[in-house]
Design a protein around this ligand. Structure first.
Ligand code: F6R
Length: 607
């Protein structure tokens, strides 16, 4: 979603801002802009469309040493240049960029309009520069503080004042901001990824904090005025550059990185010789693990699908009553939370507002919640305090692939650890651990020889819509397959537990309806194959994802794709791979913007 960059220092600010905005492109956006302080005015340039268009529009003669830049993902007001950020006050001496939503913007706008302020955009953000102007008495920090005290909603914002070259004021409430320290220069961004090439020393702002940033460093205060000091974090080098390498798209690269990303996630954590696993980040003693009465796993989208697999594993392997729930629903149903519950919040970005809301709901009720997160130092990781980093490395494509398999991997490791502490014998634990550790090689083996993917894609793109079904953990995989094909290729898809088809959805099956059936060789295989027969009898054309060597299952498909054998709970790590490839190749065949599908954002920081 929206991205923020800011810079004060000796470098030429347009170069730093435009480079930073390029690095934030993966988050999803529809317009971009920068504001650069000049001697007599603030130069603003904004464009609808990719950052490339903004780069073309910025005059090479534009130079300066203080500035802010923004990528906007429209919420209030259409995708127009007038709605793109930065926004300015009436006399154009203050420029503001903002991520998040000002919930009371209508009331504030009405009041400002009564006082004669003329608005130039439809955005909620524009109330900020006008409010700040109204409250400005010479001290920029205090003007922003006073304005934000009147604001309800979420913000990560940055403000520059013509009167104060060499200064940026920034503030955070519910929308991430990170400060970067350089030598006689300071950086600001909504995502450490934008700073990776500039500095490794960063500080994460917390909610309701404001900062005055200068070339010498920064001064952080709370919204109520209290001074704060935050420790410097070192960005991990392993996070890497996130470039496409030899691949045409980030998505394909990330699919092919799964053997390594899974190995990073599992290695050192699964300990077959002990028949168990170790996750130091959870910091749970055996006694505390034995005392857990219920596990809740919360996430959105793909992370929710990984949570579903995790809940199956927790219950089946560790024998702890478990459930997975979509975070945005959980937080608003006033859930009961007991002291002996344990929650996991699953998130690739670590910034998803809906998941963050669910975490806060657990915490407000005295519950324990731990993060299963990819981005180190992200808001969710820090808010949870304890948890597991999945170590996928940067995931740039909007559609999540390697983060899904690593999230499932981490949840399987946690399940094994809890299981071994509670009811699982050393022999069974060792077997499960060994099977887990074989997965990275099996993923490699599959990706080297993925089967008739293009034939399947031809079938999947030939109908009006596609059904995905499976049972047990394979239903979670079916949901993930349907989500991927929808978001990357814009093909309408539905997913159901296979047995549900006959309770209604089968009415939609007619001659040639494409169906994807996820049928690994597990306890649900025979029943799912009966469901395949039922749709075939009504004319459906079926792509069967089955276990290598299970020829009977393969024969039921118009297209059959075999994946290496694995125990049922581990099978999603393999059955999901063809799903990812279907989405990628269907997107390619239909000419979609694979890495940046329309309307989507990588980091969903609004509710
Ligand atoms: C789908 C996808 C989204 C995310 C969801 C949660 O490919 O990427 O559904 O999974 O927006 O995001 P995170 O995991 O960052 O919390």
């Amino acid at each position: 979603m929206c991205g923020i960059v800011g810079y004060v220092g000796p470098r030429n600010v347009p170069d730093v801002l435009l480079d930073g905005l390029r690095r934030l492109e993966y988050r999803g956006y529809d317009s971009a802009g920068i504001a650069v302080l000049q001697a007599d005015d603030i130069a603003v340039c904004r464009r609808v469309g990719p950052v490339g268009k903004l780069i073309e529009a910025v005059s090479p003669e534009l130079t300066g040493h203080t500035g802010i830049g923004h990528t906007r993902w429209a919420t209030h007001g259409g995708v127009t240049e007038a709605n793109a950020h930065p926004h300015m006050d009436g006399p154009e001496r203050i420029a503001v960029i903002h991520n998040g939503i000002i919930e009371n913007h209508q009331a504030l706008r009405a009041r400002l309009q009564e006082e004669g302020v003329v608005f130039r955009s439809e955005t909620d953000t524009e109330v900020l520069p006008h409010l700040i102007r109204k409250l400005y008495r010479g001290d920029p920090l205090e003007a922003v503080r006073s304005a934000l005290q009147l604001v309800q909603g979420t913000y990560g914002c940055a403000v520059v004042f013509l009167d104060h070259p060499g200064t940026i004021i920034a503030a955070r409430n519910g929308s991430p901001l990170v400060l970067g320290k350089g030598n006689g220069e300071s950086f600001l961004a909504s995502d450490p990824h934008a700073l990776a090439a500039l500095t490794r020393e960063v500080v994460y702002l917390e909610d309701r904090e404001l900062v005055r940033i200068t070339t010498k460093g920064w001064e952080i205060t709370r919204l109520d005025g209290a001074k704060i000091d935050h420790a410097i974090h070192l960005l991990e080098e392993e996070w890497g550059s996130g470039d496409k390498g030899a691949y045409m798209h980030h998505m394909l690269k990330e699919i092919h990185e799964q053997p390594e990303s899974l190995r990073r996630c599992l290695s050192g954590r699964v300990v077959p010789e002990e028949g168990g696993a170790r996750l130091g980040g959870l910091d749970l003693s055996p006694r505390e693990i034995v005392a857990i009465r219920r596990v809740g796993i919360l996430g959105c989208g793909t992370s929710f699908h990984a949570s579903l697999v995790g809940a199956h594993a927790m219950e089946q392997l560790a024998r702890i009553p478990s459930f997975a729930e979509i975070a945005s629903e959980f937080r608003y149903r006033n859930p009961l939370i007991e002291p002996d519950d344990l929650f996991f919040a699953v998130s690739q970005s670590g910034e998803t507002a809906d998941t963050m809301g669910a975490i806060k709901e657990v915490q407000v009720k005295g519950g324990r919640v731990m993060g299963i997160v990819n981005v180190v130092g992200s808001s969710i990781a820090r808010t949870c305090g304890r948890g597991v980093y999945v170590h996928s490395g940067p995931e740039i494509a909007v559609a999540s692939t390697k983060a899904f398999t690593s999230q499932v991997g981490a949840l399987l490791v946690a399940s094994l650890m809890f299981a071994r502490t509670r009811a699982l014998g050393p022999h069974e634990g060792k077997n499960f651990g060994e099977e887990l550790l074989k997965v990275p090689d099996k993923v490699r083996e599959y990706l080297d020889n993925p089967g008739p993917i293009l034939k399947a894609v031809e079938l999947l793109t030939s109908g009006k819509y596609v059904f995905f079904f499976g049972r047990g953990v394979s239903h979670a995989v079916a949901m993930e397959g349907a989500l991927k094909l929808k978001e990357v290729a814009y093909v309408p898809c539905m997913s159901y537990p296979a047995a549900e088809m006959k309770h209604g959805p089968i009415a939609l099956i007619d001659a040639k309806t494409p169906v994807v059936a996820v049928v690994p060789d597990d306890i649900m295989r025979d029943k799912t194959l009966s469901n395949v027969q039922e749709v075939r009898a009504r004319g459906a054309r079926v792509v069967v994802i089955h276990t290598e060597g299970d020829h009977e299952a393969g024969r039921l498909g118009d297209v059959a794709i075999a994946v290496p054998r694995a125990p049922s709970l581990i099978s999603p790590l393999l059955t999901v791979l063809p799903m990812q490839l279907f989405a990628y190749h269907a997107g390619l065949a239909l000419g979609r913007d694979i890495d940046r599908p329309r309307n989507l954002a990588k980091s969903v920081t609004v509710e």
